[in-house]
Design a protein around this ligand. Sequence first.
Ligand SMILES: [Zn+2]
Length: 205
Amino acid sequence: MTLLTPQEAIRSLQAGNERFVSGRLEARDLGTEIRNTASGAHPFAAVLGCIDSRVPPELIFDQSLGALYCARVAGSILDDAVLASLEFACCVSGAALLVVLGHTDCGAVKGACAGLRQGTLTKAFEQLAPALAAAKSSCPNEPASSTNPAFVNLVAQEHVALTLAEIKQRCPALAAAEEQGTLDLVGAFYDVQTGVVMFSDIAPS
Ligand SMILES: [Zn+2]
């Protein structure tokens, strides 16, 4: 097993997404992958993404079994359990990259933009309020409506940036790993129309 550096981990995800978009996926045999990971796996990256059925990290990054830790929550919202999962993935198991993955046309973000209140979902929508405020502030001329795709996507992108900052603030171990250079925390944004992932916050290599 060769451990990847954070920069190699990013390049692996970028290359995988290029394969996904072009339709030239890596040839895989799932039976072989099951056997190869039966005694353990060493995922090189952790992804906090949305439950949206169109955005499965293993597929959009064209990765094999055992390559990624994936935490998927509506709106890619952080909570204690997710944070603990990310700390385990990166600080205990040794993943070299932590990706907060947002996407266009996110239902949770649209709910927050519409001010919806619905059972246990209400709390999730409330957690998107800071991103909503940030988007209104950064683009005051954009109509702040759940039916305005440009605004909805802006809120989702702000949420990715705020979540990265929140992870570092709430989890000293992850912040320290980044400080030491053994871990990179990056934002990424998936376009449901094209399949393309754009990365942000990538340090120059
Ligand atoms: Zn979503």
